[in-house]
Ligand binder design. Sequence first.
Ligand code: DGT
Ligand code: MG
Length: 241
Amino acid sequence: PPIKGEIRFENVSFSYEEEKPVLKDVTFTIKPGETIALVGETGAGKTTIISLLARFYDPQRGRILIDGHDIRNVTLKSLRKQMGIMLQDTFIFSGTVADNIRYAKPDATMDEVIKAAKTVNAHEFIMKMENGYDTEVNERGSRLSIGQRQLIAFARALLADPKILILDEATSAVDTQTEVLIQEAIEKLTKGRTSIIIAHRLSTIRNADRIFVIHNGQIVEEGNHQQLLEKRGFYYNLYTS
Ligand code: DGT
Ligand code: MG
């Protein structure tokens, strides 16, 4: 059955192996269709939050619910089907551009592939490659710029049509023109989906419905860009220093 995409963390605590806690009693609810930006300094626990949501690990304490159901009671297969996960720089594998876009939906037609690529602004540069959608690329994406690799990953995610979207935004700088294409693509991609973005670009952060500021494994501030600036706290210090 289709899910609505509500995500809830309930008193979640987690540590890797026997080490010090990395997440400490984290509680939040994300409404279906909401876009959340996770921000915070390096090592704060941002990637850990999405790793638990994807069940790469399970928390030692607390629970994680999707539409009110504990994700430990859902098969990994159906969980992964509901989720489009784009981790930093793991975007491209060996094959054609079309294969890369079709990855999560192998039976997709060429029309569907092209439609997805057009929606996320990837079609134009793909058509400029020597064999268009049939151009061979590899894991290191040597023929593609970082920005182009991201757009291909976006097309792939769009085609898979998940209810929940997780994006660990690439930190690498792209040129201004690509930046605009990426921003537009993210807006289309997040529409109608519950989205969690580990956000590095200010434009993504400003467009989020809510921002969670993570510090030392806890959410220390929450609100939109304007609200958080007015608090003159962690967020203010992150973005004005
Ligand atoms: P980033 O990506 O540098 O901005 O940092 P975050 O906020 O994504 O931090 P995260 O969640 O990767 O790491 C939180 C803490 O957990 C940090 O002290 C490093 C540690 N940690 C992360 N991944 C692992 C792991 O696989 N094994 C162990 N033992 N520790 C890890
Ligand atoms: Mg991280």
